[in-house]
Design a protein around this ligand. Structure first.
Ligand SMILES: [Zn+2]
Length: 260
């Protein structure tokens, strides 16, 4: 494991910029530096001196990841939006909202294909849309070579304007829902629907809570995570599928091992 610091600057003063330049780093809005970087000792002193906000994340080594029996899969970035995005009507267009709570975001159930504005150029990447943190999209070749051999199914994606199926992208179908061992994890109960949403701060440093069983190569947590009106399930994958994704050199995702 390797600690990575993300140091936040609002409007750096000249003194801050000069001091950081002296330590060998250029100030940006978010300055990212690993603890094993030779400049770290000096930077650490400057964080202290200027009382800067420092968010620490952990990068797991390849050997940590390879040894894990089950891992959480996270997108490194989000691209595009579920449509129609402007007025939020992607929600009723894509989900059955009978159990949905708009205050905490829990309870939407997908009932129709996702709608996209245009055909995405995916190449060898795994796509996640903005706002939808528990679904992934790949091109059909990637699906056939990496996911289908692990027993994963897929569902179509359509163009928003015409409703026509897009032949260069599919959504990974992840119907299995498994309880995670969330004992001891902080949560809030929604004051409107009373349902529980867990804090997801462990995503910074890992490990993720372990599933009570592994029944498929890809599955979702029964528990919801997030804050405010955002709620998502964790997507977990087996060690075997993780190795398949790495062997195929797919980009767009990162992994955090689950607790033993
Ligand atoms: Zn609620």
């Amino acid at each position: 494991m390797r600690a990575i610091h993300h140091i936040m600057f609002r409007s750096p003063s000249e003194e801050q910029m000069a001091s950081f330049a002296e330590a060998g780093v250029e100030v940006r809005r978010v300055l990212t530096i690993a603890e094993d970087d030779p400049r770290w000792t000096k930077v650490a002193l400057l964080i202290e001196r200027f009382k800067l906000r420092d968010v620490v994340t952990t990068e797991h080594s390849d050997s940590d990841q390879d040894a894990a029996g089950v891992l959480t899969m996270l997108a490194t970035d989000q691209h595009g939006y579920p449509e129609p995005a402007m007025d939020g009507s992607y929600l009723p267009a894509t989900f059955d909202l009978a159990e949905h709570c708009r205050f905490c975001g829990i309870g939407r159930r997908q009932s129709a294909p996702f709608r996209l504005k245009k055909t995405p150029a995916l190449g060898k990447s795994i796509l996640q849309l903005n706002w939808i943190f528990d679904e992934y999209f790949v091109n059909p070749d990637t699906f056939k070579t990496v996911f289908r051999p692990s027993g994963v199914d897929c569902r179509p994606v359509v163009l928003n304007k015409t409703g026509a199926e897009i032949d260069s992208v599919v959504q990974l179908s992840i119907p299995q829902i498994i309880d995670l061992r969330t004992d001891g994890l902080a949560y809030k109960e929604c004051s409107h629907c009373g349902r529980r949403k867990y804090s997801h701060t462990f995503l910074r440093e890992g490990p993720c809570p372990a599933p009570t069983e592994i029944v498929a190569s890809i599955f979702k947590s029964n528990q919801y995570f997030g804050d405010g009106a955002r709620a998502f399930r964790l997507v977990l994958i087996s060690g075997l599928l993780h190795r398949g994704i790495k062997a195929a050199r797919l980009s767009g995702v990162r992994f955090i091992p689950c607790a033993e």
